[in-house]
Design a protein around this ligand. Structure first.
Ligand code: ATP
Ligand code: MG
Length: 402
């Protein structure tokens, strides 16, 4: 008899020939997620992962595993030899423990055979084990329609018996879909956008734009805090921190003031695309959302889109704000996001903002500027911050000899 955690994954089972690649990625992600938990052995059973352990309290293991993207559900299970007498005794112990802890009045047994050579079929296992439990634990009833407790028996290489099924986050294994560059502001939306794309298997790298000293150190700390929270799911995250103050000054000096926000946004897209080349990111990710603020009109989005050739993923495009907030609370970024620190977009904020910018006009304004030189200089000054499991592990200026 051994304690196990059964791990189920759904969608990746649909991947045909690629399934092994996905399974390997999932298993390596599970390994990373539970690396701090001692004495665990991961068994790759093709179509199912089983984690063997000797823990008294498995809640920490369950918590660590259920945050791994790609997992549909997990069940703490007891592994037994396959003979029916052993299964009967194992189920009896399990249900007895359940009755001792809670008031349980009804149950049913639900068997599944992954191995069809097993001498009893599923209804026969249900009857044999159900009858035995009933006989030994009366007055408990068998209720096949609305049981309070379902005892699951899965016949595979061994018999696995379990009661609980704890949902996972679903999605695809992190890193199985390539890599994307997240434009991470200090707001509510962009961390949620990053989380949603990470859950679809996209590995993240992040870029943040600031206007130090007009924006403060504390505003930067807030963004780092959001990144730390994202590493709960991604394990690690590199942030490129870019000062765009000189760009904003140039825009202010040479372009119509009502365009300053959309022009600054255009530079952000271009810089993010440039960083993507060296970081091998194949898409940008933003928290843009149709209609949320004046700049997020179809016309505004058309402009930001046209600034780059790389695809731009906007997972929140159709979300209501309340739905975004729900996710932000679930992933624990909301409280940080609402801290009231200034953002680079709020400095130089003009009295009037274009809400329906015309691409030709924006391009004409951009032609007043030496775009490449401004971008080169901003990238040269960039700071890199690497966060691993909620801690900064390094912080440096990769392009400066200091
Ligand atoms: P958020 O809550 O994510 O800040 P928002 O509703 O404030 O979004 P905007 O300020 O219009 O919306 O920004 C739209 C998107 O542009 C953001 O979701 C983010 O992806 C990107 N962005 C905006 N400001 C910055 C910044 N300073 N650094 C990096 N990305 C930014
Ligand atoms: Mg913002």
């Amino acid at each position: 008899m051994k304690e196990m955690l059964l791990v189920r994954y759904g969608e990746i089972a649909l991947k045909g020939k690629n399934i092994r690649t996905f399974e390997r990625k999932l298993i390596s992600n599970i390994k990373k997620a539970i690396s701090d938990i001692p004495d665990t052995i991961i068994h790759d059973q093709r179509g199912r992962v089983v984690i063997e352990h000797e823990l008294q309290d498995q809640e920490a293991l369950i918590k660590a595993v259920t945050k791994v993207f790609g997992i549909v559900s997990v069940s703490p299970a007891t592994r037994l030899d396959r003979d029916i007498e052993t299964i009967k005794e194992g189920c009896l112990a399990l249900l007895k423990k359940m009755i001792d802890e809670n008031e349980v009045k009804s149950f049913k047994v639900e068997a599944r055979r992954a191995d069809k050579h097993y001498p009893l079929n599923s209804p026969e296992i249900n009857q044999t084990v159900g009858g035995y439990l009933f006989k030994n634990l009366q007055p408990i009833r068998v209720d096949v329609n609305h049981p309070e407790v379902v005892i699951h028996i899965e016949i595979r290489d061994y018999a696995y018996v379990f009661i609980r099924k704890i949902p996972g986050l679903g999605g695809m294994p992190y890193g199985s879909a390539g890599k994307g560059m997240l434009l991470l502001s200090g707001g509510i939306d962009s961390p949620v956008a990053g989380y949603l794309m990470a859950r679809r298997g996209l590995e993240l790298e992040a870029v943040h734009f600031h206007s130090f000293p007009f924006t403060s150190e504390r505003a930067m700390e807030k963004v780092i805090d959001l990144a730390k929270r994202l590493t709960y799911y991604t394990e690690n995250l590199r942030i490129h921190s870019i000062n765009i103050l000189e760009i904003q000054k140039a825009i202010n000096e040479h372009c119509p003031s009502e365009e300053s926000t959309i022009l600054a946004r255009s530079f952000m897209m271009k810089i993010a695309e440039r960083l993507s080349e060296t970081s091998r990111c194949k898409a940008l990710i933003t928290g843009e959302n149709l209609g949320q603020v004046a700049s997020q009109t179809i016309e505004g989005l058309t402009v930001t889109n046209s600034m780059v050739e790389i695809p731009v993923f906007r997972p929140l495009i159709a979300y209501d704000k309340n739905d975004i907030i729900d996710v932000a609370k679930k992933i624990d970024t909301f409280e940080t996001s609402i801290l009231p620190f200034e953002d680079c977009c709020t400095i130089f904020l003009p009295d009037r903002v274009v809400t329906k910018p015309r691409l030709e006009k924006i391009e004409a304004s951009l032609s007043n500027l030496d775009i490449d030189a401004l971008i080169d200089e901003a990238i040269k000054q960039k700071e890199a911050i690497i966060v691993v499991k909620g801690e900064i592990t390094s912080r440096f200026f990769p392009n400066l000899n200091v």
